[in-house]
Design a protein around this ligand. Structure first.
Ligand SMILES: [Zn+2]
Length: 387
């Protein structure tokens, strides 16, 4: 038996004030009527999770496995990391006398960013260390430093706001002195390399150290693949050795190519026990405070993804990584709806997909790795405890 595990980013809302109370999602309601409902707290009750942490917990890991955003983004962009690598998220910026005039450099075009990437990688050189830079979308990118004795305990060079000075990287402890010094040399060299460009500096933030973690397969005895557009989600999957292919036209927003994603999910079925499918758009609209947008995104998912999944998978789990209520424009601790559907899952009396209804479901309230453990049993892959 095979399971599709659908993660709708930012799915949850404020119960009783939810857009889900106002809409009828035809296919998702079919899952609700023929399956079991519940609530899922990915990281635990009362906690407001970031998406990266939330996914790590969905996969059955916890905070001690967390490596920071930098390495996850780097993995998501296809950089093969080694244990001890330090990775940052980066922004191309426009600076004058070290004052940041625009920390997105006018959201430069991808082709231009790629030209600058080439220049940086050709010219940047720190003796004894390998430095890898990769531009991603517009001004964004990642930088990786590889070598002995590096530390993630350093401050950002990104001041986080326009009009402030580009920061000097400082060590947070004695052991990080050398790393901070290397980062400052890198920043200086990049300024020289980019002299005269519209984007004449690279701001670094979110340093993280790549760690070796037990693979998802070793941990759960399940083979899995992740279908996602956004690099962060591919990165979290790759971090725990879940395969995440790059999918044509999968953009991580409402214009994402759902046809290709569905096709990729169905293709992934043969080789895997669990296929995770990440859908980002509802979270984006939640952050924008756009209730109508969130509704539209859910309707599109219902129409273009869910039916195809129902036709192809025996067990379907649908939930979110956290709530992003449109009223709050941020992640929150509110409950996230959970549906599980399939012969081995069973049925309950819940008929409509919304937070209030899900709270009455027979799965109750699940947290953290409890959900993946259930999935394992629903696809007949569990191991008995005792004899
Ligand atoms: Zn999220």
């Amino acid at each position: 038996m095979k399971s599709a595990f659908i993660i709708i980013d930012g799915l949850g809302n404020i119960p009783g004030k939810s857009p889900l109370d106002e809409i009828e999602l035809k296919n998702i309601n079919e899952l609700v009527k023929n399956g079991r409902a519940g609530i899922y707290y990915s990281v635990g009750k009362g906690i407001v999770p970031g998406s990266d942490i939330a996914h790590l917990y969905i996969f059955g890991y916890n905070f001690e496995h967390y490596c920071g955003r930098g390495p996850l983004e780097a993995l998501g962009l296809g950089i093969k990391l080694q244990k001890g690598d330090i990775a940052f998220r980066t922004n191309f910026a426009l600076i004058e006398d070290d004052v940041v005039l625009d920390r997105r450099a006018g959201r430069i075009k991808n082709e231009y960013a790629k030209e600058l990437e080439k220049k940086i990688n050709e010219k940047l050189s720190i003796k004894g260390y390998e430095v890898i830079f990769k531009a991603s979308n517009e001004h964004r990118g990642v930088l990786v430093i590889r070598g002995r004795g590096l530390s993630k305990d350093i401050t950002d060079t990104d001041p986080g706001k326009d009009g402030l000075k580009m920061q000097k990287c400082l060590p947070k402890n004695e052991g990080a002195k050398k790393t901070a010094e290397i980062v400052n040399r890198i920043s200086k060299q990049i300024k020289e390399i980019l002299k005269g460009e519209k984007a004449n500096a690279l701001l670094l933030r979110g340093a993280g150290e790549h760690k070796d973690v037990e693979s998802f397969e070793e941990k759960h005895g399940l083979k899995a693949e992740m279908i996602a557009g956004g690099s962060l989600y591919k990165g979290v999957a790759r971090y725990v050795s879940i395969e995440a292919k790059d999918i044509k036209g999968a953009t991580g927003d409402i214009n994402s190519n759902y046809k290709e994603k569905l096709k990729a999910a169905i293709n992934a079925k043969e080789k895997n026990d669990v296929v995770f499918i990440h859908l980002k758009a509802p979270d984006n609209y939640g952050h924008d405070g756009n209730k109508e947008g969130k509704i539209k995104a859910l309707e599109k998912i219902d129409k273009e993804i869910i039916k195809g999944i129902m036709d192809n998978f025996e067990v379907i789990v649908l939930t979110g990584d956290h709530a992003t209520p449109w009223q709050l424009k941020r992640h929150s601790s509110h409950p996230v709806p959970l549906i599980a559907y399939g012969e081995t899952v069973g049925k309950d009396d819940v008929k409509h997909f919304s937070e209030l209804h899900m709270l009455k479901g027979s799965l109750g309230i699940l947290e953290r790795d409890e959900l993946i453990k259930f999935v394992k049993d629903w696809i007949n892959k569990s191991k008995k405890l005792g004899s």
